[in-house]
Design a protein around this ligand. Sequence first.
Ligand code: CIR
Length: 243
Amino acid sequence: MIAITRDISARIVDCELTHLDREPIDLERARAQHREYRDALASLGCDVIELAADDAYPDCVFVEDTAIVLDDVAVITRPGAESRRGETRAIADALAPHRELAFIEAPATIDGGDVLRLGNQLFVGRSARTNDAALAQLARYCEVIPVAIDGCLHLKSAITQIAPDALLVNRAWVDVAPFAGWKLIDVDPAEPFAANALRINDALIYPAAFPRTRQRLGGDVRLVDASELAKAEGGVTCCSLLV
Ligand code: CIR
């Protein structure tokens, strides 16, 4: 598996923020943590591609939002935040050798963080970043199931897959009705941001910041310190695109 990642912009402190107050971000520390994250990807067998940052785009490290990689096609998104639209170009170039490309067109907007792929279905959060026009365009490539979310940035802030049959969820932020048939593991109530886990093969990359919820996870869990990018509203799924 290939994991596309991108360096952290020197301007990360100017990132988009929706639910958090702006706090100083220690760039050195953020970069060291990102290194640790890339090492975790490599230790799970990923071939890690490291794209250079573009300082015109403070949020460019969050590559997940720029594409939806399917079996036959990579759909390049049109990010919901205007400041992020130009991030897609470098990602399209990186994906071109691996997939045919398709493009979400205006007026549609969508962030990859709103797209949870489960088998052949795409569950898509209807967020401030993702609109119905994007759901309609995405449905050309895959079955799309809309999901209502509230109180968080993206669908995958609220729910991610942690096992073949199980999802980790913060029910305060997502309507779980579309996930009937799945085993739902709730985050610890003291850790609302804990639902974002990155599943690679049968292992999880998971933030060290959520020890209570971590106890509810079984199997091979690789803890990473992702605290600096968490101040930019990024989690562990956001920093890679798996191909
Ligand atoms: C943003 O607001 O767009 C960035 N500061 C954070 C994006 C995080 N991406 C993700 O959860 N997929």
